[in-house]
Design a protein. Structure first.
Length: 94
């Protein structure tokens, strides 16, 4: 089983990879930081919708299916944290 640090790094790597994918950053050179607003990272509403679909496929979870709303997420770091929390708190065996 992954420890919290390894697990969080894995989620962060997946989110960054999928952001780069929707932004067509094929070289993997991300030009955004965790503190950047999603829009400043280059994610308009259409790209964000595509990103959320890709993340649900890649991570197997939708952190916005319950009480949390995507409109509460402002930065890349908050997006990563939302997925990390959803994975950590998901019931096992689902």
């Amino acid at each position: 089983m992954l420890n919290d640090r390894t697990h969080n790094t894995s989620v962060e790597e997946t989110v960054r990879r999928e952001i780069d994918s929707v932004l067509l950053n094929d070289d993997g050179a991300s030009s955004y930081s965790l503190d950047d607003p999603l829009l400043a990272a280059g994610l308009n509403s259409l790209l964000l919708a595509q990103l959320l679909l890709q993340l649900e496929t890649a991570l197997g979870i939708d952190p916005f299916a319950g009480d949390r709303s995507i409109t509460d997420i402002r930065t890349v770091g908050e997006l990563i944290a939302a997925y990390d929390e959803a994975i950590r708190t998901a019931p096992t065996g689902v």
